[in-house]
Ligand binder design. Structure first.
Ligand code: TXA
Ligand code: MG
Length: 360
């Protein structure tokens, strides 16, 4: 299949006539059952018509994804929520009011209009209304309901730049829309609205505290996410897979900052002596203190937005650089620490070491 590449910025919400024409064409492709990758404020999505079971089958095939892993249905206006979901409570309305359009996905009982192919056989549906103007326009032109997982091959880091979508999807889908770099860089927060109180199934940019504040409730995260070795199955089926994996083996190093720098440098030296090509994920504060083949800066330790924004492109860059061994500082402090560490630890296959003295 020949994949068509379109470049559409629309960043400030205004489009040229050419861009609108191209978005309309891409919308037609979706309506006809084709697949279109597009930017959102979180990561790039791989879109298909959410109401067409054949489109959902194609999405699974293009990604190489197990078909029991449900897709998120993307809408562009709130009134369309009741067409795909039932039981839209006051709490759901409050969260939509506070965070839509934006990086929040809500799980609700599904309506029959949504084929079970889209929800991986579940009787619930995940719905999100993205804020990216290109995404919103495309969904509108596609008829209002676009199923879209992240636009990576299954098991690879989610793409935050069109070049990574092209790497994974060229020749496998009809259209790729290049809309530049995604604003946030991590997938949306998923919150299950079918339980009381609602529960976070995947941490993201919208934190438990932000949700809790709007609802006047304390919001917990699915325990299976926080304690991955507990043997409990995560409620979001996708969270059970080893995701976001770079090709090189990744270890996260925790401990006092001085001990961490020392540990990583020692491990880097030893790995290089053993013929490995070593990469390091560093905070900007410590960057100059490391020695390795490729050192990439996620951002300042105090700037969690920057770390979230850079994490996936860093993992991809190590692949491009053929790095075989990666050491990362830990980013466990700050408002996005749950979201960042969830992705980083999955990328590491939960390989964590503690630098310095034994933890008491
Ligand atoms: O930011 C995002 O959410 C991006 C962009 C493209 O919108 N999309 C995304 O989709 O991350 P995906 O397919 O990569 O991840 C969807 C996650 C999976 O872990 C899946 O298991 C979970 O959502 N999910 C979908 N429907 C669900 C449902 N009905 N119940 C529980 N989990 C669900
Ligand atoms: Mg994904």
């Amino acid at each position: 299949m020949k994949t068509e590449l379109l470049t559409i910025s629309g960043k400030n919400g205004t489009f040229t006539d050419r861009e609108l024409e191209e978005l309309k064409k891409a919308g037609e492709v979706l309506k006809a059952g084709g697949l279109v990758a597009f930017p959102t404020e979180t990561v790039y999505g791989l879109g298909g018509d959410a109401l067409n079971p054949e489109s959902s089958r194609r999405i699974y095939a293009a990604k190489g994804r197990p078909s029991d892993n449900p897709l998120i249905v993307h809408i562009y206006r709130f009134e369309d929520l009741e067409k795909v979901a039932e039981n839209i409570t006051e709490n759901t309305k409050k969260l939509a009011d506070a965070f839509w359009p934006g990086p929040l996905t809500m799980i609700l009982p599904k309506r029959a209009e949504i084929p079970s192919e889209t929800t991986g056989g579940l009787n619930t549906v995940a719905v999100r209304m993205p804020s990216d103007p290109v995404a919103a326009k495309l969904i509108e032109y596609a008829g209002g309901f676009v199923a879209a997982p992240s636009a990576n091959l299954s098991g690879k880091p989610s793409p935050t730049l069109a070049k990574y979508v092209i790497q994974d999807m060229d020749g496998r889908i009809d259209v790729i829309i290049d809309g530049g770099e995604n604003e946030i860089g991590l997938e949306s927060t998923i919150v299950d609205m079918t339980v009381d109180p609602p529960q976070v199934l995947r941490p993201g940019y919208i934190t438990n505290e932000m949700i809790g504040e709007v609802l006047g409730l304390t919001i917990e995260t699915d325990r299976a996410i926080l304690a991955p070795d507990s043997g409990i199955a995560p409620k979001a089926p996708g969270m059970k897979y080893r995701h976001y994996a770079p090709k090189g083996a990744l270890t996260v190093v925790e401990g006092d900052p001085e001990d961490v720098v020392e540990y990583i440098n020692r491990a880097s030296r030893e790995s290089r002596e053993n013929g490995e090509r070593v990469g390091i994920i560093a905070t900007s504060e410590n960057r100059a203190r490391y020695e390795a083949d490729v050192i990439l800066t996620a951002g300042s330790a105090s700037d969690q937005d920057a770390i979230a924004h850079h994490l996936y492109s860093i993992l991809r860059e190590f692949d491009d650089e053929n790095v075989t061994r990666i050491y990362s500082e830990s980013f466990a402090k700050g408002h996005l620490s749950q979201a960042i560490m969830n992705r980083l630890l999955k990328a590491a296959g939960h390989s964590v070491v503690y630098a310095g003295k034994e933890k008491l």
